[in-house]
Design a protein around this ligand. Structure first.
Ligand code: CP
Length: 327
């Protein structure tokens, strides 16, 4: 990007549609070059600091493998071995790391704290701060989702019918960041999005409001239903996953009781029959097989979950390249 100072990747809302397209175009180019064994040393000798407060398979490896493939290096930092475990502030941590490297990427999902931590770092950092999932957003995931949809349905996703459903709340709140980032970006790209979830499993009201505004501004749609089938009827894309809900209790017993009421909210072949013949099943992974989806769907002909997971790498490389000065 042409920019006077560092841009931070906390949410796709901070980027124009043209900038998002630029990220996706570069991701496609990087994917082709990787398949053709063409080197892409765009971040030669650059250092990325990776801080994970929470577990990860796809995100950590897409960043570590990605920066290595761009000619740079990642320092993986476990918070429990850093001074932030003794109370060093996000601002001081960012000031120090920014003196030593070229980018800081953080996963911090704790509700009420994660996004604040990232914003604190970004407020002082001289190098880009990238959000690897917080309590509100998961921007890298949604970028990979859009890339995967474009591979199936073409670059213009206007009018694409996307159903996002959930009912099973394995834990309180944490995973809301995925559907929240999805509705924010999908509506901006003109998609026709249906959310289906039982009452009490709402997303954060402010994010839903922003997504509705995006839909109005960019010609997308955001429909909300409390019937799972509504997310599947005539859909090009279905994304059923075990996201929690903003108003579900944080008491594990109550979550269990609430979840038990909705055991039939599982993605199975009957529900897939409601979708278009060329529909795709997507999932950010990890999947809770048998609870949110049956094996015959997640391993079946509609499933594109491993394309989606692979595209985490290409989109991560594109974002790092553009933010860390590789292009
Ligand atoms: N989808 C996703 O973010 O996966 P990880 O939690 O494994 O990084």
């Amino acid at each position: 990007f042409k920019t006077e100072k560092s841009r931070h990747f906390i949410t796709t809302q901070d980027f124009t549609n043209e900038e998002i397209e630029m990220m996706l175009d570069l991701a496609r180019d990087l994917k082709i070059k990787m398949a053709s064994n063409i080197p892409t040393p765009y971040l030669l000798y650059k250092t990325l600091f990776l801080i994970f407060f929470d577990q990860s398979t796809r995100t950590r490896n897409s960043m570590e493998a990605g920066i290595a493939q761009l000619g740079g290096h990642a320092n993986f930092l476990n918070p429990s071995t850093m001074q932030l475990s003794h109370g060093e502030t996000p601002e001081d941590t960012a000031r120090v790391l920014a003196r030593m490297g070229h980018g800081i990427a953080v996963r911090a999902c704790e509700f009420g704290k994660g996004n604040k931590y990232l914003r604190g770092m970004a407020s002082v950092s001289q190098v880009p701060v990238m959000n690897l999932q917080d309590d509100v957003y998961h921007p890298f995931q949604v970028l990979a989702d859009v890339m995967t949809m474009q591979e199936r349905f073409g670059k213009n996703l206007r009018g694409l019918k996307v159903g996002i459903s959930w009912a099973y709340a394995e834990s309180h709140l944490k995973p809301l960041s995925v559907p929240q980032s999805q509705i924010l970006l999908f509506t901006r790209l003109g998609m026709d999005v249906t959310l289906a979830y039982p009452e009490k499993f709402d997303l954060m009201p402010d994010i839903v409001k922003q997504a509705q505004e995006n839909a109005e501004k960019y010609g997308g749609k955001l429909n909300i239903s409390h019937k799972m089938e509504d997310a599947f009827v005539d859909a090009h894309v279905v994304i059923p996953k075990n996201w929690g809900g903003f108003f579900v209790s944080d008491d594990p017993e109550e979550i269990k009781a609430e979840t038990a009421k909705h055991k039939d909210w599982i993605c199975d072949e009957e529900k897939m029959k409601l979708t278009r013949p060329d529909s795709v099943y997507m999932h950010a992974l990890p999947a809770d097989r048998g609870k949110e989806v049956v094996d015959s769907v997640i391993d079946g002909p509609h499933s594109i979950i491993f394309d989606e997971a692979e595209n985490r790498l290409h989109t991560a490389k594109a974002v790092m390249t553009l933010l860390m000065g590789g292009r």
